[in-house]
Design a protein around this ligand. Structure first.
Ligand code: SAJ
Length: 427
């Protein structure tokens, strides 16, 4: 099969680097995004996210004419769908969130318009089990003139596979090339075509399975990490109660050859680990006790941090009787969902900062070196300042993200301040 033109639907954190990667191998790539601003930025050879080395790749790809962005799909030989799969909002606390496949549905409908015999369609978005079959039926509903693997098996006109992305934000460019890929074709021919496509740039192994297993593999990877982080977060709450340094505890326990505990933090964020386990829980609620409990433990952690801040404020007022609460300045270090990125999606740091600002009990400053403008939900309530301004003006420092800039803060910079360190870098 030759893939002269490759189309990537959704130019976000996964789609844009994937598009740039194919273009760097001198393939003609058409990136599609519903957001005109994103399309304009990419066509100007720029990027709208922070990801090391991606800016250079996109600039070169656009300048050499291998990458262009458009709002509506154009004909291509392969389509990779990398759109969000959020969950639907739930009203009651005990209800399990259900996945929202509407972005996949509209991507499939728009791709269907330009599909031709011989094309390959790959779903990369993290999805509940069965989503690829669902996408295949949306495609076939829209194009009764073409045949699809669910009805015509190996002889189908269109090939369809689920191939989850597994790259770590901050390391996307390297991991896209080096990581192994799980290839879940709806038939063997679908898998073969998908392998041929990924082998354009992937140096890792391409391991074949069926679409449903591939969907579950992706969910399992992220649920496994969520459960491990929940264990660390639970330990941190237990240790706080018992006056034990959790960072030292984990360091020591990890000296055991078969123990590898992850790190506690202010909670679990991002669009993956905080979301994907719910897709398992919603599909098998009675059977997913541990996965569900881990979600609850990690979702509880931001609330616990807020209680810690309130207690520290109360102590500070007790030991500084001349001050009133509104004389006190609290600096929140970090808004991103993890270190050294600009991504605020599902960020516990952002949620904690917002909740503290809403309490309206003291002045709040925010330090986030990876963004230049605060999200609208915060900008009216708090100020965005530099590390040094925050250190100079604050009484209480709340460390929420272990950004490289914060690791440079010395012990002497923090003298005479109350510190709440959720990542253990100032402890
Ligand atoms: N976190 C901790 N403690 C840790 C590790 C992480 O609290 O020891 C927190 C982070 O601060 C962050 C959250 O967990 O809030 C998630 O961060 P992460 O670095 O674990 O993962 P993501 O969301 O950036 O990327 C994950 C990766 N999945 C796994 O490692 C199994 C990545 O490979 C996936 O491609 C990505 O999800 C995805 O797109 O699904």
């Amino acid at each position: 099969m030759s893939f002269d033109t490759i189309s990537v639907i959704g130019l976000g954190y996964i789609g844009l680097p994937t598009a740039a990667m194919f273009a760097s191998k001198e393939k003609k790539v058409v990136g599609v995004d519903v957001n005109q601003q994103t399309v304009d930025i990419v066509n100007a050879g720029k990027i709208h996210i922070i990801e090391p080395d991606l800016d250079v790749m996109v600039k070169e790809a656009v300048e050499k004419g291998f990458l262009k962005a458009v709002v509506w799909p154009e004909p291509a030989d392969a389509f990779l769908i990398a759109v969000p799969t959020p969950f639907l909002p739930v009203k009651l606390i005990d209800l399990v969130p259900e996945p929202d496949l509407s972005y996949i549905k509209s991507a499939a409908k728009s791709v269907a318009k330009v599909l031709k015999k011989g094309d390959l369609v790959i779903l990369e978005s993290t999805s509940p089990v069965g989503a690829t079959e669902q996408m295949a039926s949306w495609l076939s509903e829209a194009r009764s003139d073409l045949t699809f693997p669910q009805t015509h098996g190996e002889d189908s006109d269109i090939r369809i596979a689920y191939c989850p992305e597994r790259v770590l934000p901050g390391h996307v460019v390297r991991e896209l090339v080096e990581n192994d890929r799980v290839i879940g074709g709806m038939t063997d021919n679908c898998s073969k075509a998908a392998i041929e496509l990924y082998k354009i740039f992937v140096r890792g192994d391409c391991v074949v399975t069926n679409a449903r297993t591939a969907e579950m593999v992706k969910l399992t990877e992220n649920a496994s990490r969520d459960v491990s982080i929940a264990f660390a977060n639970e330990l941190s709450v237990i240790c706080d109660k018992s006056d034990i340094d959790v960072w030292e505890l984990i360091r020591l326990a990890n000296r055991h050859p078969r123990v590898n505990i992850l790190q506690p933090g202010p909670g679990v964020g991002g669009h993956c680990i905080a979301v994907d386990p719910w897709f398992i829980v919603s599909s098998a609620p009675n059977e997913s006790q541990l996965i569900h409990a881990a979600r609850r433990v990690n979702d509880f952690k931001p609330k616990w941090v807020i209680e810690k801040v309130k207690a520290t404020l109360a102590e500070f007022l007790l030991s500084n009787p001349s001050k009133a609460a509104n004389d006190i300045t609290l600096a929140c270090f970090g808004l991103a969902f993890k270190a050294d990125i600009d991504d605020l999606r599902e960020s516990p740091a952002l949620a904690i900062t917002k909740d503290l600002a809403m309490l309206n009990v003291c002045n709040i400053l925010v330090v986030e070196p990876n963004i230049s403008i605060l999200p609208a939900s915060l900008s009216e309530m708090v100020g965005l300042v530099s590390v040094s301004a925050a250190l100079n003006q604050s009484d209480i420092c709340l460390l929420l993200v272990d950004h490289a800039e914060f690791k440079l803060v010395s012990k002497s910079d923090l003298e005479n301040m109350a510190i709440i360190d959720t990542k253990g870098i100032w402890s």
